[in-house]
Design a protein around this ligand. Sequence first.
Ligand code: MTE
Length: 309
Amino acid sequence: MLIHNPRGWELPERAVTPEALALGRRHLIAGAAALGLASPAARADTPPPLTPDPRFPPGRALTAEKDAETYNNYYEFSDDKDLWEDAKSLPLRPWTIAVDGMVAKPQTFAIDDILNKMPQEERIYRHRCVEAWAMTVPWTGFPLRRLLAAVEPLGSAKYVVFQTAMLPKVMPGLSQPWYPWPYVEGLTIDEAENDLAFVATGLYGKPLPPQNGGPIRLVVPWKYGFKSAKSLVKITLSDKRPAVFWQSIQPREYGFWANVNPNVAHPRWSQASERLLGSNERVPTQIYNGYGAFVASLYADRMTEPLFM
Ligand code: MTE
């Protein structure tokens, strides 16, 4: 894995077609550089491309950028998927994110300080919405546990609670009083410290667009997409399990854990397969969205809990 310090969007190479093609291009570029064929300007100014973390091969073609960025769930804006233009009104600067609660060093970070301090990585992750559509996209960002380490969690902290932005002037969905705003999500501390739990600040080599949760969001790819809270403003460590957004609205359909499982149907539809965004192709759903090797052990002692809703 190559880790260095460009900002989230400084990824000169972008491959949105199959992985083999992307890797082929990388080899070509590396070969040209070795032969001294890269232009002097490119050598001086262009940061080396980030290499997607090889521990998490996507196993299928990337979703076209346009599809991932024009079909979104973001209820603060709309319950319609076609909200990307409206979301452009979200001001992404100035932006701060407070990390507080049961920690030794609570801090409020300006987004640009986070981008400067946290070494950026690329992760190509599968994303599985509870509505049975899926995408495969390259996020840029850093492991959540790095941010937690900066505030020094206390031993008594058991949960990490994520709160997302509430800006009524630009978010028309907030005027719908039947939703329990703000959008809150949560993880256990061991889930939050897992290798896969990621904070995204970029997508397809560019700053994370507002409709996908810019400027900063959570990405937990083994869980249904609603756990991956967008546009974070606060992260609080707590010894209490939080009331989370969709569970508060409909506890018979949505739970705290929300781990992907093809064999546990949603009360109103099957979860056995998923539609790949941008096509009509359906593929079988995988348990933990295919990330069981990394996360299944987190749940060994919790089998009596409703882990898959
Ligand atoms: N975060 C906030 N703040 N508001 C939302 O409505 N929707 C969730 C999740 N995070 C949501 C959110 C759901 S249901 C999904 S599937 C994903 O965001 C969608 O992410 P995407 O639009 O980047 O594909």
